[in-house]
Design a binder for this molecule. Structure first.
Ligand code: FES
Length: 164
C-alpha cells in the first residue's frame, strides 16, 4: 500500500469558525466540533493555527482532543469497518474478527490504513445479533464471520478498489 500524500489544509476554515465562535478558551469544544465537521477530522496544522490565532493554548486544545472520544486527528478512510463487540458477538469470537482485520490491513482499532482506504472501529451491538459475529463495512453487514471469511471479504474490497 502506497504512502498518502499530506492533503493541503485550508486554514481559512479556522478563521471563519473563530469569527463566529470567538477566541476564548471556554469556546474550545464548539470550535473543535466545527473544525471536525468541516475537515472530517482535526488536522495538526489547523490545531497549531488555532492556538496561534486565539487565546486557547496548545495544551488546552490537546487536552480536549485527547479527552473526548468524538475528536479524531486522523482522517477517516474511504471504507469504515465496524466490528461489533457487543455481548453476542463477543461470545461468538469478535476478538478474532478484529484480529483478522488488523492483521490483514495492518491497522489497530481506531486507525486508518496508510492508503486511506479503510478505518477500523470497534462498536457496540449493530442490531443483528443472530448473525454474530458481525462486522459492517460502510452500510453492508457481514455475519457469521470467521477469520478466513474476513480475509475473503477484505480481498474482494481491495480487488474492487484496484479495478476502479
Ligand atoms: S452483539 Fe453484535 S450485532 Fe448484536
Amino acid at each position: 500500500m502506497g504512502a498518502v500524500k499530506a492533503p493541503e489544509i485550508d486554514l481559512s476554515v479556522v478563521d471563519r469558525i473563530i469569527e463566529r465562535r470567538g477566541t476564548t478558551a471556554d469556546k474550545v469544544i464548539p470550535i473543535l466540533q466545527d473544525m471536525q465537521a468541516s475537515y472530517g477530522y482535526l488536522p495538526f496544522p489547523a490545531l497549531q493555527y488555532l492556538a496561534e490565532k486565539t487565546d486557547i493554548t496548545p495544551s488546552q486544545i490537546y487536552g480536549v482532543v485527547t479527552f473526548y472520544a468524538q475528536f479524531r486527528m486522523t482522517p477517516m478512510g474511504k471504507h469504515i469497518i465496524r466490528v461489533c463487540h457487543g455481548t453476542a458477538c463477543h461470545v461468538q469470537g469478535a476478538v478474532r474478527v478484529s484480529q483478522a482485520v488488523s492483521d490483514f490491513l495492518g491497522v489497530k482499532d481506531g486507525e486508518t490504513t496508510e492508503d486511506g482506504l479503510f478505518t477500523l472501529e470497534t462498536v457496540a451491538c449493530l442490531g443483528c445479533c443472530s448473525l454474530a459475529p458481525v462486522m459492517m463495512i460502510d452500510s453492508t453487514a457481514y455475519g457469521q464471520l470467521t477469520q478466513a471469511k474476513v480475509r475473503k471479504i477484505l480481498t474482494q474490497y481491495l480487488e474492487r478498489e484496484k479495478a476502479e
